[in-house]
Design a protein around this ligand. Structure first.
Ligand code: UDP
Ligand code: MG
Length: 312
């Protein structure tokens, strides 16, 4: 393949995005018109006007393809479906809400033509996000960095360009809990950042409320690290050391004739504290077992209900 004559695929997940779908399509087509391209919109089970709008767009524009899920399978599954069904020599993953500016794509393509296999967009600044989101995001990437062996770049979402060979390797990863911003770095290849300013959402509300955000963050840590399990062992050793200290204290008190404390309070504190520690440890182990269980079912990552302009 030459990198002068190539096709670019753009994958856009959409979940209740009727307010942004048209503007997103307009800006993508305006940016991509000088290339041979396809845009794959993945409707992740929205029941609003998103799918009818996408169908209307695809009818008029043969570069546009639509995949529609049977229900909501989540952002990461939607991106996966898009990448798996893409044909381009490079594939761009981008959010629908225009927080990731489509106008950055030509610069990403240039970096790709210079021989880079992955161009990931790094947020230099984020507009219109709450102080809480900025702080928690910062904290999350720090914790993730400390816990994982895969070098997962900070301040980087899923907005990125990947070469065909990276996409093919990515498509071999069959895991169920998908944390794409970790999976792509794991693959290796030549990866470079490109900095950008993250805009505000064009319209509508975030589809990642706090609960989903926490689940997503935990999923990232659990998918990429077994350190929480090792931490549990360390916690156990620490509590054991603590109990040795108490034993020594009790023995010394006994042999030096010092009266020991009356028992009730100390026992209550120890019992509740230790059962707390044990339940947390069990919970951590449980999280990993639950994931083994989920993976062992080997269900498909998503179910497609219908497609438009997809001949495969
Ligand atoms: N999205 C999706 N399925 C979901 C949640 C979100 O396909 O279950 C899409 C959404 O339409 C958007 C992208 O994922 O294109 C990122 O979501 P959003 O902008 O709401 O997240 P935020 O930028 O607030 O983190
Ligand atoms: Mg967004």
């Amino acid at each position: 393949m030459t990198k002068d004559k190539f096709k670019v695929s753009v994958v856009v997940p959409m979940y209740y995005e009727e307010e942004v779908a048209e503007e997103c399509d307009r800006r993508l087509n305006a940016t991509l018109k000088e290339y041979d391209y396809e845009i794959i919109y993945v409707n992740d089970g929205s029941r609003d006007g998103t799918l009818p709008i996408l169908k209307g767009i695809a009818e008029k524009n043969k570069n546009v393809r639509v995949i529609s899920f049977s229900r909501n399978f989540g952002h990461q599954a939607a991106v996966t479906a898009g990448v798996q069904n893409s044909e381009g020599d490079c594939v761009v993953i981008i959010d629908a809400d225009l927080q990731d500016p489509p106008e950055l794509i030509p610069d990403m393509i240039k970096l790709w033509q210079e021989g880079n296999d992955v161009v990931y967009a790094k947020r230099k600044k984020r507009k219109g996000e709450s102080a809480f989101k900025l702080l928690t995001a910062k904290l999350f990437y720090k914790v993730l960095d400390g816990l994982t062996e895969t070098k997962i770049p900070r301040d980087t979402g899923d907005f990125r360009l990947i070469d065909r060979k990276v996409a093919d390797a990515f498509n071999q990863m069959t895991e169920h809990s998908r944390f794409i911003r970790g999976m792509v770095p794991w693959l290796g290849f030549k990866q470079v950042p490109i900095e950008y300013i993250r805009d505000e959402r064009y319209a509508g509300e975030t589809k990642y409320p706090l609960r989903k955000m926490i689940r997503f963050a935990l999923n990232g840590i659990l998918s990429f690290s077994i350190k929480p399990l090792q931490l549990v062992t360390k916690l156990g050793i620490l509590t054991l050391l603590f109990s040795f200290a108490i034993i020594i204290y009790v023995l010394i008190s006994k042999f030096t004739g010092n009266a020991l404390m009356q028992g009730w309070a100390s026992i209550m504190i120890l019992v509740t504290m230790l059962s707390g520690v044990q339940l947390i440890a069990l919970g951590v182990v449980g999280e990993y077992i639950a994931r083994i269980y989920e993976e062992s079912k080997q269900r498909p990552i998503y179910i497609i209900d219908e497609t438009v302009n997809m001949d495969k």
